[in-house]
Design a protein around this ligand. Structure first.
Ligand code: FAD
Length: 388
């Protein structure tokens, strides 16, 4: 095992793996240091929604560029990401109908396959859904979900085949720097590289502290549950974000995965128990899903658990150089960094190797934006929105 590389990546979540893959495609050797195992953080608990609906142009561009990977995974990456096309419906609260129209028009301009549909269309796509409150919805027929751990492992395996090195059970505990980064100290000794990328998810704030970088960064907890669907609903249903009920859901085999947009605490230790959902979550989740799918009352709880992601004040990632020379941030995905991970890895590799990302311009995500008083704001924001 070598301890020298061109780039050291801290964290083997889907983001660290995607960056390692794209660097390897350019012939650049990375060492990925992971304190547990691939996908041990947010990635392993991610709901895996793959869709393009956002209110920030660059978010949609990143999701759309990533979508080309998800639907052509074998050819581009190899292995399997578990992409399942279900169609995606974006439901909004009645005051947000005009905003929905504006966002859909913006997505169509980018080339995303999406149309506006009405309550009777939603009923045809999903006969079990209650649609009385639906005035208008957005429908992405190509979208769905993928398997986040499989996605991260496929990226990491492909990167390793092209020369990347993965070291698991290896926590980064210090960063060697004298104005420029030189390497890291870990629980398995020193590793050296002139470029270090912080892709440590909910733990990235701690890694920033190792170089004295003080950026606004917090942790965000999110619980999800799986419900066994009653057979009357049929073999599947679309993937849905339901702002009116502050919820999202998608099928997984005979189960339906449900997550809630509200009640996700900030500031907890990401080392807390994630094997169980917080008290009260399941009751709230069942109440919400039964509002949209009343017959789910005949369903049964399968399981529930949680996960932690890094979050920033504008709920957008920190992407770019900061701190000592050679130190880069690729973190803070704020609960929505799975679906964009292929393109973020590509763009970060362009930024690191070419000085600028050309696939999608990452400059709005620069870590300095808060100090500059320029947080990211949606062009057509919804009254209720947390993205997944
Ligand atoms: C429950 C849940 C559901 C979600 N659903 C969706 C969704 O449907 N769609 C979507 O797009 N996004 C979703 N997200 C968000 C998405 O999963 C995350 O944004 C994404 O997985 C972040 O990937 P990452 O690689 O940045 O972080 P992580 O996957 O957390 O990876 C960071 C890694 O760094 C390692 N690490 C930390 N500190 C150190 C250290 N000092 N040394 C070495 N290694 C270290 C950790 O062990 C971890 O493996 C969800 C998140 C959660 C929690």
């Amino acid at each position: 095992m070598s301890n020298m590389a061109d780039v050291i990546i801290v964290g083997a979540g889907v983001q660290g793996a995607s960056l390692a893959f794209h660097l390897a495609q350019r012939g650049v050797k990375s060492i990925v240091l992971e304190k547990k195992f691939v996908g041990a953080g947010a990635t392993g608990r991610s709901s895996g929604l793959v869709r393009m609906h956002y209110d920030v142009r660059e978010d949609t561009q990143l999701a759309w560029a990533s979508f080309q990977y998800f639907r052509n995974w074998k050819e581009i990456v190899g292995g399997d990401c578990g992409f399942t096309r279900t169609g995606f419906i974006q439901l909004v609260a009645p005051p947000d109908v005009e905003t929905l129209k504006a966002n859909v028009a913006a997505h169509q301009e980018i080339g995303v396959p999406v149309i506006l549909i009405h309550a009777d269309d939603v009923k045809r796509l999903a006969p079990s859904f209650a649609t009385d409150d639906v005035a208008l919805a957005a429908y992405e027929p190509e979208s769905g979900y993928a398997m986040p751990s499989d996605t991260a492992n496929a990226l990491m395996n492909a990167a390793r085949q092209k020369g990347a090195q993965l070291v698991q059970d290896c926590a980064v505990t210090g960063i060697l720097a004298d104005g420029k980064v030189k390497g890291v100290q870990t629980t398995q000794g020193e590793f050296l590289a002139p470029i270090i990328v912080n892709a440590a998810g909910a733990w990235a704030g701690k890694v920033n502290e190792l170089v004295g970088l003080d950026l606004p960064y917090d942790t965000w907890r999110h619980d999800t549950m799986f419900v066994a669907r009653p057979p009357q609903i049929g073999p599947s249903h679309p993937t849905v974000i339901d702002f009116a009920n502050e919820m999202y859901f998608r099928p997984e085999g005979n189960l339906t995965l449900v997550g809630l947009e509200d009640g996700n605490p900030f500031g907890e230790s990401p080392d807390n128990d994630t094997d169980h959902a917080k008290k009260g979550f399941v009751e709230r989740g069942i109440d919400r899903i039964c509002r949209r799918i009343p017959i789910m009352e005949n369903g049964g709880l399968h399981s529930a658990h949680g996960g932690y992601d890094g979050i920033t004040p504008d709920q957008h990632p920190l992407l770019g150089a900061a701190g000592p020379d050679g130190f880069y941030l690729d973190c803070g995905f704020s609960g929505t960094g799975f679906k964009t991970s292929p393109a973020v890895g590509l763009c970060m590799s362009e930024l690191i190797l070419d000085g600028k990302s050309k696939t999608v311009d990452l400059s709005i995500y620069r870590p300095q934006r808060f100090a500059q008083g320029k947080p990211i704001v949606g062009k057509h924001p919804y009254t209720s929105s947390t993205w997944h």
